[in-house]
Design a protein around this ligand. Structure first.
Ligand code: ATP
Ligand code: MG
Length: 405
């Protein structure tokens, strides 16, 4: 069938009252960014739908991209026919022939935005239903859970028919919840935390700490490549790289080994918070999960969190590692995350960090350091770039050889 349009249904937007317009504008903008390589498309955002006119473009790759855009509940491919009801009947029957298999039930559902049309919603449902029953004798009509639903939309410019509905990504359009920093390592958890933040509409900027010469260029590129993977969910992402070696060396030579990790993390958080302020962000996200490792006990979190009152959000806090891995696989970051490039925290990890650091002691050990000077020098070396969809920083993974055999 020659489809003419993709009809996008909004997700939670419908509950957002007067913010609706800005939500729709943002979703429209995000969809336009993701589909920028298809210049023939014409998009028309309406109150409860976004219509994407295909103008001859192949629908399949476009639908693949739409599946990743947050704020979309479902979408359907539809065909436009004239207002002549015979055309509508013929197209509905053609659709049934395409999608129906013996034993399947059906239903017709109509919406009218053009109220001047000579048939009302009920009449359309009944007359189309009758026409389909005549064509498929014995077919069941099922109102609650039909196997096929022929959706009809009567508009001024024509009548639109569809029957296949694809599930969207849900969530809220990226950008509608404001901006926040994501502390991105090269590990498994923080990209997943970033994905979940984006799902709730947060516009994230990456903050990544690296420690040359202790960490390699590849470790930095891995974090950038992970960022690139996340651009499919919301467009460009700022990447802020923060040099951390001097701080780590200083801490290592001055504080008791058991507190190395806690104090390093406090510096990371202070720096992230300053960058957040500079970038007008509202919160900080990270990939911590309760109890996963020594730095992620509740005592540890409290000792690290002590340096700021900014909200620290931990989307994977209550997930098991296996659940996080499953999500990492779904969003295609897992294989990259497990590549073995040393992270700055691993390089300077003490053999036995305190799992229950004491806040008072932490503050005391830290007080001998030139905190302001260390932070100032690190901030002076910060580099900010923007990572776009399609940017690459590492060699692409080898194609799975089994597909070539
Ligand atoms: P991840 O898989 O996200 O690396 P992890 O289980 O390895 O997490 P840690 O290495 O203890 O845990 O890090 C906890 C969190 O601290 C990370 O999820 C991330 O948010 C932040 N973090 C760790 N290392 C860095 C880094 N080099 N740059 C920025 N943030 C970091
Ligand atoms: Mg890590």
């Amino acid at each position: 069938m020659e489809y003419t349009e993709i009809m996008v249904r909004y997700g939670e937007l419908s509950t957002k009252g007067k913010n609706r317009k800005s939500f729709i504008d943002r979703l429209h903008g995000n969809v336009a960014k993701v589909l920028k390589d298809y210049p023939n498309l014409v998009m028309r955002p309406h109150r409860d739908r976004l219509h994407i006119q295909l103008n001859g473009e192949d629908a399949q790759p476009i639908m693949e991209k739409l599946k990743n855009v947050f704020g979309i509940q479902t979408f359907s491919l539809s065909v436009k026919v004239s207002h002549d009801f015979e055309d509508v009947k013929a197209k509905a029957i053609e659709m049934m022939h395409e999608g129906w298999k013996p034993g399947m039930s059906f239903k017709v559902g109509t919406k009218r935005s053009d109220h001047s049309y000579h048939l009302d919603t009920n009449q359309i449902n009944l007359q189309l239903g009758d026409a389909i029953c005549d064509e498929f004798p014995g077919i069941d009509v099922e109102m609650k859970r039909p196997d096929i639903k022929i959706s009809v939309e009567v508009r001024q410019d024509g009548i639109y028919l569809s029957y296949l509905t694809v599930k969207g990504a849900g969530g809220l359009p990226v950008g509608t919840a404001g901006k926040a920093m994501l502390m991105l390592s090269g590990g498994i958890d923080s990209p997943v935390a970033g994905y979940l933040a984006m799902k709730r509409g947060v516009d994230i900027e990456m903050v990544h700490f690296f420690s040359p010469p202790y960490t390699s260029e590849q470790a930095l590129n891995k974090a950038k490549e992970l960022t690139s993977k996340l651009t499919v969910f919301g467009g460009n992402i700022k990447f802020i790289e923060v040099p951390f070696a001097e701080i780590q060396e200083t801490i290592k030579s001055s504080v008791p080994e058991g507190y190395l990790m806690t104090i390093q993390r406090r510096f990371m958080l202070r720096l992230t918070d300053m960058l957040r302020e500079q970038e007008n962000g509202l919160a900080i996200f990270n990939g911590e999960a309760v109890g996963q490792v020594a730095s992620q006990t509740l005592e540890s979190m409290a000792a690290i969190n002590d340096v700021t009152t900014t909200p620290i959000l931990r989307p994977v806090a209550t997930m098991d590692k296996t659940e996080i891995i499953k999500l990492a696989e779904d969003i295609d970051t897992f294989n990259l995350s497990i590549q073995p490039f040393e992270d700055c925290c691993t390089v300077f990890a003490p053999p036995s960090p305190k799992t229950r650091p004491n806040i008072e002691k932490t503050r005391k050990f830290e007080s001998s350091l030139d905190i302001d000077g260390l932070i100032e020098r690190s901030l002076a070396g910060v580099k900010i770039t923007t990572i776009e969809h399609g940017d690459h920083f590492m060699e692409q993974q080898q194609e799975d050889i089994s597909t070539l055999l």
